[in-house]
Write a protein that binds this ligand. Structure first.
Ligand code: XMP
Length: 508
């Protein structure tokens, strides 16, 4: 039985991060809505209560019966989780005179307490709260403070394994955060730390063999990391019963279809490559609205996939590279749940297939680790994210094969440049946007009136927020020269210096 930590989600932005940190400790964990604790699951070794955008005294705030968890297993409340336990058991939580946000230092630390072993006064922690615990219930006592927060951490008395921390140990800026989480997960909850890419592969291959038996299964490949790893994992489990379909909608990067097909064949996958570009160009002709472009490509993809898949008459399953962040039912501020999404919307029902999602429990960095363990080459594992509609959402205005060809050349120069200058792995994602403007230039003795392109490169950890990448001027100058000299029809290059929010990564 796989032991696990349960993280109850009260709606904080950093709940997923808690999950990732616990997994970094080679410990399996699941993030569940705050009111879905699995009381009858014997494999749970501890529980973490997350933060929340609410105050405990808000009527709308999410509540649980804290006593139903205490004394049954170790409990760690983080921020709101800590306030909730203190408040429910008779303490007081009040709005702080000023919202505390950012770095703080622990002034007093009882490091004889098992939660704080190895943590010294002066350690930096990350605070993000508008409320503070002004008095603890009698059954709790403080074990750490900062200059402004007397109760930065507490434990229940009499050795009860219940703790609360006001700061966020899961955030990178909390220098002692990993130590604190290790103390909780490994020393206090007793995790055996047996969750790893290799153990995941071993158990998943076994489960997939049991689940699929001798059934045929179809998987749509996109060239991205998730679907590639799902395919190689399934191939390891059931070999030739897996058929992969890779659709070229004509909006991929330069030579991507050819190169990725070759990679897949080297990996021993059984892949059908479908060049449907002409059909997509037809459907997209004259369309300028970004949402319509997306819808046309999404629906077109389903048509092509459906057509190809229906040739495999005995298929019973559809596999998808859905990963954990796609599945977590995150809480919206109103308390309603946002349903999990699927990569290929509507297909399984339409085709009467059962759905198989072998990566649904993994975070992105774990998918990469599993991919490496499966022997997938680094250039496939480390690829930047690329939007499903591809270059269609990077050509502002209508799409023509000629514009795609211009953009592919410019994009190729930028991406190859990032690789050559050792910058590719330093950015989250990069690409070129073809702008719907022409501007005047001069080449040789001639006046030109040609297109402008924008370069976009961002740093990010999850694409929810992103900063424009501060690429060296010399590099930008080099790329600009190369594009203007080598890509016919482009005479101006700009660099996008907008962050997300308020901008987005893609322009459309
Ligand atoms: P934005 O532009 O919203 O993008 O900041 C966030 C991340 O999502 C990718 N993206 C898409 N991926 N279909 C996809 O599969 C889409 O329609 C789509 N739009 C944006 C984007 O490249 C970035 O990684």
């Amino acid at each position: 039985m796989q032991e696990k930590i349960i993280i109850l989600d009260f709606g904080s932005q950093t709940t997923q991060l808690i999950g990732r940190r616990v997994r970094e400790l080679n410990t399996y964990c699941e993030i569940l809505p705050y009111n879905k604790f699995p009381y009858d699951d014997p494999s749970v070794i501890g529980v973490i209560l997350s933060g929340s955008p609410f105050s405990v005294y808000d009527e709308k705030s999410f509540k649980i019966d804290v006593n139903s968890l205490r004394k049954k297993m170790p409990v760690l409340g983080i921020c709101y989780g800590a306030q909730l336990m203190a408040w429910e058991l008779g303490g007081n939580v009040e709005s702080a005179p000023s919202r505390e946000y950012g770095r703080a230092r622990l002034t007093k630390v009882d490091n004889s307490n098992p939660l704080l072993t190895g943590i010294e006064p002066g350690a930096q922690v990350w605070m993000s709260h508008g409320d503070t615990i002004t008095s603890l219930p009698d059954i709790f006592h403080p074990i750490a403070s900062t200059e402004d927060v007397p109760v930065a951490a507490y434990q229940a008395t009499d050795g009860e394994k219940t703790w609360g921390v006001q700061f966020h140990p899961e955030v990178y800026h909390s220098e002692c955060g990993m130590q604190l989480l290790r103390n909780f997960v490994v020393d206090i909850c007793g995790s055996k730390c047996d969750w790893s890419a290799a153990s995941f592969i071993e158990s998943t291959v076994k489960e997939l063999r049991e689940q699929l038996g001798n059934d045929r299964i179809i998987l749509g490949l996109s060239g991205g990391v998730d679907s590639s790893v799902a395919a190689v994992l399934l191939n390891k489990a059931i070999g030739s019963n897996l058929t992969c379909i890779f659709v070229d909608h004509g909006m991929l990067r330069k030579d991507e279809f050819k190169n990725v097909m070759r990679d897949y064949e080297c990996l021993g996958l059984n892949v059908i490559g479908v060049d449907a570009s002409a059909e997509f160009f037809d459907k997209l002709a004259g369309v300028t609205d970004p949402e319509r472009k997306r819808k046309i490509i999404g629906a077109g993809f389903i048509d092509v996939f459906d057509r190809e898949a229906s040739k495999i008459t005995d298929a019973k399953w559809l596999a998808q590279g859905t990963i954990y962040p796609d599945c977590i039912e995150s809480l919206s501020i109103t308390g309603t749940t946002i349903k999990s999404h699927h990569n290929v919307g509507g297909l399984p029902e339409k085709m009467n297939l059962k759905l198989c999602e072998p990566l649904r429990l993994l975070f992105k960095d774990e998918v990469r680790a599993v991919g490496r363990e499966l022997g997938i080459p680094e250039h496939l594992i480390g690829r930047h994210p690329f939007p499903g509609p591809g270059l269609a959402v990077r050509i502002l205005g209508d799409i023509t094969p000629e514009k795609v060809a211009v953009l592919q050349e410019a994009d190729h120069i930028f991406i190859q440049g990032l690789r050559d200058w050792g910058l590719y792995d330093k950015v989250w994602q990069a690409g070129v946007i073809l702008l719907p403007v022409q501007s005047v230039g001069v080449m040789g003795d001639e006046r030109t009136y040609e297109r402008a392109v924008a370069l976009r490169a961002v740093t990010s950890t999850d694409a929810m927020t992103a900063d424009w990448a501060h690429l060296p001027y010399e590099f930008l100058a080099h790329v600009s020269n190369e594009i203007i000299n080598k890509v016919r029809g482009v005479n101006r290059v700009c660099y996008d210096i907008s962050s997300k929010p308020p901008s987005t990564i893609e322009w459309e």
